[in-house]
Design a protein around this ligand. Sequence first.
Ligand code: APR
Length: 393
Amino acid sequence: MSADTQVAIVGAGPAGLLLSHMLGEAGIDCVVFERGDREHVGTRLRAGGLEHGAVDLLRSLGLGQRLDAIGLLVERTDFRFDGRGHRVDFKAATGHNFTIYPQYEIVTDLLAAHAARGREVKFNTPVTRIEGLDGERPVIRYEEGGAARQLNCDFVAGCDGYHGVCRPAIPAGVIRVYEEVYPFGWLGILAQVAPPSLEVAYSCHDDGFAMSSFRAPEVSRLYLQCESDDRAEDWSDDRIWSELVRRLDVPERPAVRPGPIVQKSVTAMKSFVIEPMQYGRLFMAGDAAHIVPPTGAKGLNSAMADISVLAPALIDFYRRGSRARLDGYSAQAMQRVWQVQRFAADMCRLLHRFPGMSDFERRMQRERLAYMTGTPTGVLTYAENFVGLPFDA
Ligand code: APR
C-alpha cells in the first residue's frame, strides 16, 4: 500500500507514544504529531499510578527499568469514614500492588526510547484536519513551522485527548456519546513534603470527599471535593490544609502533613464514552475516546489498555494482511472501558457529597463503605477493580 507513512498517530500523550513505541518495535512506520512542545508533554501533572497490567506491559516492552527503580509500591487503601480508618489490603486480596509512577515518568521513558531508536516525534505540529477516513488513504493536514502540510497514511490513531481533532472528524450519527457531569470539582494540590505514610487515603466526610496520595517520597498529592466553579486561587494554602486535616485525619493515623504547596488547580469531574471507538481507518484511544472521574485512578491505565488491544491489531494487519482484529478493536477494547467506567462512577458516587442528598442516601453511602471495607466479598470486589482488570479483556 503506497503511503507517506503507515500509521499516523495524533497526540504524544501516553496513548500515542505507547502505540508509536509498540508499532516501531514491530517495524511499522509511524509519524507522531503533537501540538505541544516536548517540555509540555514531559512535565504535565496528570495521572500518578499504574495497575499491575500496565506495569507488566511496560516491563514486557523493555520499559521497566526506571519504573522498577523508582516506582513506589502501594498495598492498601485507607478509607476514612465514621471518624476512623478502614484499611483495605488489596495486595493480600489479589496478590497485586498498585504502583505510584506518574504519567510524566512514563512519557519520559517513552521519549527516551524513541530518541534511542532514532524515532522522531513531531512536536509543535498541530494536526488541523483529517480527511478520507472512509477511503483507502486518509490525509492528515497539519502545520509545521508556520506552513500547511499534508501526509497520507494507511491508518490514523486518534490519541489526541479529550480536546483533540480526531473525534470531530467522525461524521455525525456514527458514534454514540455517553456523558455524565458531576455537580462538583476536585481541588488538587501538589506539595513538596513527604506524606505521613506511603498509603492512599480516601475520605467520605459530611463536608465532602478528600484524598491523600503522593507522587514521590518527598512529594504529596492531595485532593478536596469543591464546587465546580471554585477557582484554585480562592483557596488559600491555610484553608486547604485545615480542610484536608478536618476531612481526612483520624486520631490513630494522620494522612495529612502540611508543607509548601507548589501547584494547585481545580478539575471538573465527568464520565464520557464514545461508542464505537473507530470509524473507517480511524482508531480512537485514551482520553480522546473516554474520560473517567479520577476517583479510582483509571484514566492513564485505561489509555494504556486501549493500546494493548490496538497495537497488536495493527501489527496483525501488517504481518498477515487481515483486518479482522482491527475491525474488532472497538468491541474488544470497550468491554474493559465500560467496566472501568463502572468502577470509577461507583467510586465517585460512593465517596462524594452530592447536592440535595437525603439522610437515607447518605446512610446508604456509609453502609456501602462498611460492606466494601468490612466483608471478604466487599474487599475483593474493590481490590480486583483497583489493582486493575486484565489488560487482554
Ligand atoms: N494535533 C496534535 N496533537 C494534539 C492535537 C492536535 N490537533 N490535539 C491534542 N493533541 C495532543 C495534546 O497536546 C496531548 O499531548 O494530544 C495529546 C493527548 O494526550 P493526553 O491528553 O495525555 O491523552 P492520552 O494519551 O489519551 O492519555 C490519557 O491523560 O488525563 C490523563 O487521566 C488521563 O492519564 C490519562 C491520560
